[in-house]
Write a protein that binds this ligand. Structure first.
Ligand SMILES: [Zn+2]
Length: 145
């Protein structure tokens, strides 16, 4: 199981960019996750001591509540999830903060200052972000009119 990939089909469930410059701890060429694809489903499974961290799935492979974890969901050869699926959430709700105006402003600056993307590439990433969030519930900090 790879983080940020569907636990069944291994498709990448996050939007990513390639780090362009050495910056702080970041190495050029590293793949950097930016925000989850809005239709990614996160599932937690019961364990003897509680429940697992949320595990990402594509919409086609998402479990239902009560389902057993897919075979092969292991870490170091040990099954990660021993019990049924006990919690489900969708990325556009779980990670709603990724789709706020404030985060968009941060993201544009981050892509320039930290990642080192050229302006045309930043525009392409921000267009993808705007498209992804158009399907996402808005988190508003102000009151309703
Ligand atoms: Zn899948």
């Amino acid at each position: 199981m790879k983080p940020a990939h569907c636990a069944v089909c291994d498709t990448l469930r996050w939007r990513t960019v390639v780090q362009q410059v050495e910056r702080n701890e970041a190495k050029a060429g590293a793949v950097v996750g930016l925000w989850p694809k809005p239709d990614t489903i996160f599932a937690s499974y019961a364990t003897p001591t509680g429940f697992t961290s949320p595990i990402a799935f594509c919409p086609g492979h998402a479990p239902a509540l009560g389902d057993s974890a897919p075979a092969g969901l292991t870490s170091g050869g040990e099954p990660i999830a021993t019990g049924p699926c006990v919690q489900l959430s969708i990325a556009k709700t779980r990670h709603a903060v990724c789709f706020t105006d404030e985060h968009g402003a941060f993201l544009r600056a981050h892509l320039a200052d930290q990642i080192g993307l050229a302006e045309s590439e930043r525009d392409a990433v921000m267009a993808q972000w705007a498209n992804d969030r158009s399907d996402a519930p808005r988190v508003t900090s102000g009151g309703r009119r």
